[in-house]
Write a protein that binds this ligand. Structure first.
Ligand SMILES: [Cu+2]
Length: 268
């Protein structure tokens, strides 16, 4: 029995470790300026945790086998444990955990607490059950007022986010169900939610942030490659959550300007 447990434990350990080491199911190719750092940090965390995991599970299997029941085995006795060992592994775990957090926190913080560069592209994301709307302020660079009382999700776009059309700034605001971004330009994102907590998650950008009702959360990032990348809502926000996804189109500045101008023209 001891041997069977050892085999099962080691098998689970080595087979699951193989899939991580071989990167069988891994992140998509990173296409934002912080992707390289985040991937490095992610890899380092997996490597360190993988070493601890394999060592702990290997030892567990071996101990299960070593202390298996047999006719000559000593009777079980109560042990107080080993205070020194407990102190060592608790300290090492704390150092590892706090160390990794400190290493990663500056990139995390720089996307949230430092303001976006001047000239960044402002985009407002509004999450609602079960769609996301993207608003561009237009040539005036100003987002117009929105009002919950004006919201009519069934009417889509402007009405869906409750755009106040009596506000002169609303004339050039573009609201779209599709997200377009120019490549290699910083995006100054404002995240809002109407009903429950949603999350704006673009795996290829290594970017994920909750959108919380009542808050306008500012973040910024820079996409670095033209292409189409999946956006997913990463908060379980209701029955239609599975359907709350779309694509972000990262295009050249020229194509972005053309797309925005076409949306402006549709509005007139
Ligand atoms: Cu959602």
């Amino acid at each position: 029995m001891g041997l069977a447990l050892l085999v099962v434990l080691w098998l689970i350990t080595f087979v699951s470790t193989y899939f991580f080491a071989a990167k069988t199911w891994w992140l998509p190719h990173g296409v934002s300026t912080s992707a390289a750092f985040i991937d490095h940090q992610f890899g380092l965390t997996y490597l360190l945790m993988g070493i601890v995991f394999v060592a702990a599970q290997s030892a567990l299997g071996w101990l299960v086998w070593k202390y298996r029941d047999s006719s000559t085995a000593r009777p079980v006795e109560y042990s107080h444990g080993n205070t020194t060992l407990e102190l060592i592994w608790t300290t090492l775990t704390a150092v590892l955990f706090i160390g990794l957090n400190l290493m990663g926190s500056h990139v995390w913080a720089s996307e949230r607490f430092a303001p976006a560069q001047p000239g960044a592209v402002p985009v407002e994301v509004t999450g609602m059950q079960f769609a996301g709307y993207f608003r561009y302020p237009g040539p005036d660079g100003k987002f117009a007022r929105t009002d919950l009382k004006l919201m009519d999700p069934s009417a889509g776009n402007d009405a869906a986010i409750g755009l106040d059309t009596t506000d002169p700034d609303s004339k050039d605001d573009v609201v779209s169900g599709t997200m377009y971004l120019p490549v290699n330009r910083e995006v100054d994102l404002t995240l809002r939610a109407v009903d429950v907590i949603h999350s704006f998650f673009v795996p290829s950008f290594r970017f994920k942030q909750d959108a919380v009702p009542g808050l306008a959360i500012h973040m910024h990032f820079t996409p670095t490659e033209v292409g189409e990348y999946e956006i997913a809502c990463a908060e379980l926000c209701g029955l239609g959550h599975y359907n709350m996804h779309g694509m972000v189109h990262v295009v050249s500045q020229e194509d972005f300007d053309k797309w925005l101008a076409a949306r402006e023209a549709e509005k007139q």
